[in-house]
Write a protein that binds this ligand. Structure first.
Ligand SMILES: Cc1cc2nc3c(=O)[nH]c(=O)nc-3n(C[C@H](O)[C@H](O)[C@H](O)COP(=O)(O)OP(=O)(O)OC[C@H]3O[C@@H](n4cnc5c(N)ncnc54)[C@H](O)[C@@H]3O)c2cc1C
Length: 390
């Protein structure tokens, strides 16, 4: 029997498995391998400068160094510095309410723009935060360019199996059934199954929720190179996002939802030699994962939103794919021991996981191996001591 069984081989499970193996644990990583990991269709954006203060944000700021270190150890994983381009048009600006305007009030758009610039400038040099000059190529779009980082999710998905094998992690194909209290299948078990965690252990905090994400995946080919070659919206390695992205706000009001709600955000990110386009997010009331929502209305609205930034984008021959993604509707991510079940750990519900997972995987591996100080630094930790895998 392995010292540690990690359930789920997405970003969270793979990174913690690598860290545990690095510390000398015998690790088994269980995953059905059916391509339903959110990790494989992610923009992989690393907003390392986006935290304000506090321990989680220090971890976030360490993300570029953490990815470089992972690559030194395991070979290329798809990390690269890049630019984030935030786009908007004047039509997005809701005029400030009369009373606000009388008091010199600003629109949501102006407030957001000022907030993002101020946040970025805490870490970035002046020349790394740039409002692009209006140009005929951008039409009515405006653009803010910021230094950023990304992990190419397609390259990561190809590289991880080799990295895990090289580190001595034993990979097993299969879907784990619900776990039984007092009868864990290994001395230490890490739930890193993303949206599948609750099916394995129903008594997880209510704030661990699931959103259904939809994205258009465009494979490499002439269509993709033609669009990239002729576009003034992005440079080839950049991520494009709406300044007024709506996903985060929807996640924050998840606990108040009375019926399913969805939004679309028009952006794009490189994906190997192909492209990922847009993101729809649908959240239902309650905490269960449920089945994928009806695709057609989401795809149509996503294509319309993309068409507003470039008419050719909405018409590209890309496949609409939906995946469940775990998130926390409030509070910090759930990374730490599961209360009441010694030996059971949870690694789920991260916002900005591509920035936070590398550092949290190190802390979690240390805590699982019995390091008390690491346990105390975990955001979702109770004071329950770990018995360690050794
Ligand atoms: C379009 C899109 C864009 C995104 N953009 C960003 C971004 O720019 N930056 C960022 O940080 N994040 C982004 N995200 C979010 C991020 O990709 C995910 O939150 C993250 O990849 C989740 O990783 P995970 O390992 O927790 O879960 P997953 O990647 O979903 O992996 C979970 C794995 O567990 C397996 N599993 C489930 N149930 C079981 C079971 N019973 N037994 C065994 N295995 C099981 C699944 O098959 C899956 O392989 C984006 C997501 C999407 C969809």
């Amino acid at each position: 029997m392995a010292d540690v069984l990690v359930i789920g081989a997405g970003l969270a499970g793979s990174l913690v498995a690598l860290e545990l193996a690095q510390r000398g644990a015998e690790v088994e990583l269980l995953d059905p391998g059916q391509g339903d990991a959110a990790t494989a269709l992610s923009y992989g954006g690393v907003p390392w400068w986006a935290g304000a203060s506090g321990p989680m944000n220090e971890l976030m700021a360490s993300a570029p160094a953490a990815w470089r270190q992972l690559e030194q150890r395991h070979g290329p994983l798809g990390w690269s510095p890049c630019s984030l381009r935030l786009h908007w048009s004047d039509a997005d600006a809701e005029p400030a309410a009369e009373t606000d305007r009388a008091a010199g009030g600003t629109s949501v758009l102006e407030q957001t723009l000022a907030g993002v610039e101020a946040l970025a400038r805490r870490h970035l040099r002046a020349d790394q935060v740039e409002r692009l000059a209006p140009s005929p190529a951008l039409g009515s779009r405006r653009m803010l360019r910021l230094e950023y980082g990304r992990v190419d999710s397609r390259r990561l998905a190809l590289a991880l199996p080799l990295a895990l094998e090289g580190a001595g992690v034993r990979r097993r194909r299969g879907r784990c059934g619900p776990l039984q209290a007092g009868a864990l299948p290994a001395q230490q078990v890490v739930l890193a199954a993303g949206a599948g965690c609750r099916a394995l252990w129903p008594a997880l905090p209510d704030r661990l929720r699931v959103s259904w994400a939809g994205v258009l995946a465009l494979e490499a080919g002439p269509l993709c190179s033609q669009w990239l070659g002729g576009s003034a919206l992005v440079e080839p390695n950049d991520i494009l996002m709406p300044l007024l992205a709506q996903r985060q706000a929807l996640e924050q009001r998840a606990d108040q939802l009375q019926r399913p709600e969805w939004i679309v955000d028009a952006g794009l990110a490189p994906w190997g030699e192909g492209l990922l386009l847009g993101q729809s997010s649908l959240i239902r009331p309650g905490s269960s994962c449920g089945c994928p929502p009806e695709a057609l209305p989401l795809e149509l609205e996503l294509r319309q939103a993309l068409g507003r930034i470039d008419p050719r984008l909405g018409q590209l021959d890309a496949s609409f794919v939906q995946l469940p993604v775990s998130f926390c509707s409030s509070g910090p991510p759930l990374v730490g021991p599961v209360a009441g079940e010694p030996g059971l750990w949870l690694f789920a519900g991260l916002s900005a996981p591509f920035a936070l997972a590398p550092a949290l995987a190190v802390l979690l591996a240390e805590a699982i191996s019995g390091e008390r100080r690491a346990l105390e630094r975990l955001p979702g930790a109770s004071t329950q001591p770990s018995s360690g895998w050794g």
